[in-house]
Write a protein that binds this ligand. Structure first.
Ligand SMILES: Nc1ncnc2c1ncn2[C@@H]1O[C@H](COP(=O)(O)OP(=O)(O)OP(=O)(O)O)[C@@H](O)[C@H]1O
Ligand SMILES: [Mg+2]
Length: 320
């Protein structure tokens, strides 16, 4: 079975709204729009709640595969024994409990996009079979004789540092190299505070509409607290905090007392933009092409070189 993506036929589905006006988010959307056109394997990394899932959906929605299946598999949620048959399928009677044949997620995603979520937690044995698929497109079924060649775009996501897991012997180096083709790194929310106001406005509007609430704005102290807090749970945490606060604030303004105390108790001044992280993200995204990185950041090449020396950053071997 060989399937290739068919051009979009019906009306285009709306792509997920990847909000954010910070430099980082503008550069990210540009990078994603570029990557979406190709079928290259993508590795999305970022802390919990930074939007990895959303990025995978965005890539699919913006790709020529948008009308084909979008299938996700959480590699961490499955016991080792099941992951291979979930991915590659199994024949009827291949193991106890396999009452019917199952095509597996890869075949189910044929022509479309397959998301391998929490790839860092995939068992090493399954990784070996995954490698074969990534290299050849071949899919074998557990206990079956059938081999198919399947065309899917793979988006792998993880909150883990895969390079460190390779070093620790927990993740196969060859799989890491094969996945690390188009790399998308999502910065934590505290490194892109410029996105906060837009996200707050958007989530508040969304939650008030969803629960038919009337919230008359945000008080100045509540707004300050929201901008100051470190958001370790990133965008997901922000969304949840706003939902709970809006429910309490119904009928009036959203005040600091409606926010959890750990949010309002935080008195440190706002973090300055993490320039080093911005620079590193741009360099990763452009594979250390300094002109492209400078353009992404809207800096001159001179400025870029100055910052490279300021932060003592050197191009790692094999970066491009
Ligand atoms: N740029 C964004 N604009 C608007 N909403 C966003 C953005 N990024 C993330 N979100 C929202 O934040 C929440 C968390 O995002 P998502 O589930 O994609 O994070 P994740 O990185 O996959 O987290 P985890 O590692 O825990 O799986 C979702 O509700 C998502 O819709
Ligand atoms: Mg996720």
């Amino acid at each position: 079975m060989i399937s290739t993506p068919r051009p979009a036929t019906g009306p285009a589905r709306p792509s997920p709204q990847l909000l954010g006006r910070s430099l980082v988010m503008v550069a990210l959307r540009e990078q994603l729009d570029r990557i979406a056109r190709s079928s290259a394997t993508v590795l999305v990394t970022g802390e919990t709640g930074t939007g990895k899932d959303m990025v995978a959906r965005y890539l699919h929605a913006k790709s020529p595969r948008r009308d084909q299946p979008f299938v996700a598999l959480n590699c961490a949620a499955l016991p080792e024994a099941l992951i291979e048959s979930e991915l590659f399928g199994h024949a009827r009677g291949a193991f106890t409990g396999a009452h019917a044949a199952y095509p597996g997620k890869i075949r189910l995603a044929a022509g479309g996009t397959l998301v391998l979520d929490e790839i860092g937690d995939m068992a090493t044995q399954a990784q070996a079979r995954l490698l074969r698929f990534l290299e050849t497109g071949e899919v074998f079924s557990v206990g079956g004789l059938r081999t198919d060649v399947v065309d899917v775009r793979v988006v792998a996501a993880t909150h883990q540092d895969l390079a460190a897991r390779v070093q620790a012997g927990l993740f196969r180096k060859d799989v890491y190299y094969r996945l690390n083709i188009a790399r998308v790194e999502l910065l934590p929310l505290c490194a892109r505070r410029g996105d906060l106001d837009e996200l707050i406005g958007h989530f508040l509007a969304e939650v008030t509409q969803r629960h038919a609430l009337h919230v008359q704005g945000i008080s100045e102290p509540a707004h300050r607290a929201l901008l100051r807090y470190a958001w370790p749970g990133n965008i997901r945490e922000l969304k949840n905090v706003l939902e709970s606060a809006a429910l309490q604030a119904d009928g009036g303004a959203l005040h600091a007392r409606h926010l959890p105390t750990y949010v309002t108790a935080h008195t440190a001044p706002p973090q300055p933009v993490d320039e080093r992280a911005l620079l590193l993200a741009a360099l990763h995204q452009t594979k250390w092409n300094k002109s492209a990185a400078a353009a992404q950041l809207h800096w001159s090449r001179m400025t870029l070189y100055r910052k490279l020396s300021k932060y003592a950053l050197h191009e790692p071997p094999g970066a491009n």
